[in-house]
Design a protein around this ligand. Structure first.
Ligand code: MG
Ligand code: ZN
Length: 462
């Protein structure tokens, strides 16, 4: 294809079969025989706009650009602008405008970006019904009776922001007023994993990555569930991970490595938990779990359940929301709270939305947001209960951020988010913590993840 210095258009057809031309004179008419020799149509972008490729085209420029593209498309040849801005924002804008050939000095980067874009864009169709808390008991100095701790694994600020933005700009979570930031570094690494972060939240001690409820030397550390159980609390754990996953395990197990599934499972069986709900029944096939826990088959059975009860929602890891997991996290949260409430004793309930992290690792925006909306539904159940109960403190946080997730673009009206990722691993950025109920003010400020443990103990001390 000849571009640059070309022969006169009327002479195109005099050239051999294998030679084509870049047609740059859209304003002129062209004969059928010359058009046959046209490989692409090009024109200078600067004639229509001075856009620098940041933000977006002005409405007036966009109209001009659309008009020329429409005109060129009538000739049914690939269309290109030259002298264009050369950025992700520009590549995306030109591709959406229907420009067929993107002018760039970074063809590989441009290809990868546009190729991966569909996976990075989420268009959300199912929403969280936002509950507005009464704030009657918020920040009161009253001693807390019950604790509900909700952990969104990998639920950083962009995860929360994107989820709120697609959910008409609001979540139940974003109604809350007492907010802090926690630092997540582990004992042996700048960037934590879920085992060390879970252990920090559960025990108030920093440990090494991969360690579950043990210190850097491998010695068991008492966790919050063990401590409050001794004080007469009923305790429970709900997760959308396998129940032996690192986050839940940090609240009942003591093992050097998160991969020691069988040992962790045995710790669960021997734990003083009154209730657990999660995936991963396969791990327990040869373990005598039914000597300790009555295993139930549906959320409804929770109503009739006695003291030690377990509910496996899947053999392995539970199905993601985007592949059809129903509303089970919120339902089980609601029914577990009712289960504890009946017993009249104080309770500590941990709820983990585990798969926000999984989709951060997969760099899948839709997965992150659908799991995070699912999380907000569970948060809603906890906050509603706290309002009715008046003695329950609800704490919502994350163990770390996953994906280096950011949200360069989106569309609130269409519930659309473009995600961008800097890694398929965790990041060291601070994560938000929200609290609601009596003593919620204890959780404001910027502090280490280990402080969460001490703040919980403070909230329940008489
Ligand atoms: Mg987890
Ligand atoms: Zn992770």
């Amino acid at each position: 294809m000849i571009s640059g210095n070309r022969p006169e258009i009327k002479n195109y057809s005099n050239y051999p079969n294998y030679i084509y031309f870049d047609y740059q004179e859209i304003q002129d008419s062209i004969s059928k025989s010359s058009l046959k020799k046209v490989a692409m149509i090009s024109t200078a972008f600067k004639q229509f706009s001075n856009w620098n490729g940041k933000g977006r085209l002005t409405h007036i420029d966009k109209q001009k650009v659309e008009k020329i593209i429409k005109k060129a498309k009538k000739l049914k040849k690939p269309f290109r602008f030259w002298a264009t801005p050369d950025s992700k924002t520009a590549w995306k804008a030109f591709s959406e405008l229907g420009v067929d050939i993107i002018n760039t000095d970074k063809p590989a980067k441009c290809f990868n970006y546009l190729n991966e874009l569909p996976q990075k864009i989420a268009e959300i169709k199912s929403f969280s019904k936002v509950y507005t808390p009464t704030f009657k008991i918020n920040s009161s100095k009253k001693t807390v009776k019950n604790i509900i701790l909700l952990i969104g694994d990998g639920n950083g600020l962009s995860q929360i922001s994107s989820t709120a933005l697609v959910n008409n700009g609001e979540l139940t979570l974003t109604q809350l007023k007492d907010i802090g930031l926690i630092k997540t570094q582990s004992a042996d690494d700048f960037t934590t994993d879920s085992a060390a972060a879970g252990t920090a939240l559960a025990t108030g001690k920093k440990t090494n990555n991969r360690a579950i409820g043990v210190n850097p030397k491998g010695k068991p550390i008492k966790n919050i569930i063990e401590i409050v159980s001794e004080q007469g609390f009923n305790t429970g754990i709900i997760t959308t991970d396998e129940i032996t996953g690192a986050t839940p395990a940090a609240f009942y197990a003591h093992q050097k490595d998160r991969s020691q599934k069988n040992e962790i499972a045995t710790d669960l069986i021997n734990s003083n938990l009154n209730l657990f709900v999660g995936g991963g029944s396969a791990t327990f096939e040869n373990l005598a779990i039914e000597n300790k826990f009555r295993l139930i088959k549906s959320t409804n059975d929770l109503k009739k359940a006695n003291n030690k009860v377990g509910f496996f929602i899947s053999k392995k890891k539970p199905t993601p929301v985007q592949n059809g997991r129903d509303n089970i996290l919120a339902e089980v949260t609601k029914e577990s709270i009712a289960f504890f409430k009946q017993k009249q004793k104080p309770f500590f309930l941990l709820v983990e939305a585990a798969q926000i992290d999984s989709f951060g690792h997969y760099n899948d925006t839709n997965g992150i947001i659908t799991e995070s909306i699912d999380f907000d539904k569970a948060i809603t159940e906890a906050i509603k209960f706290a309002d009715k109960d008046g003695e329950t403190l609800v704490i919502i946080t994350a163990d770390h951020e996953t994906g280096g997730f950011s949200i360069p673009q989106g569309n609130i009206k269409n519930h659309l988010i473009e995600g961008s990722f800097t890694t398929n691993d965790h990041t060291a950025t601070m994560v938000p913590i929200f609290a609601y109920g009596p003593q919620s003010h204890l959780f404001t400020g910027v502090y280490e993840n280990t402080e969460v443990f001490f703040k919980i103990l403070k909230s329940i001390s008489k």
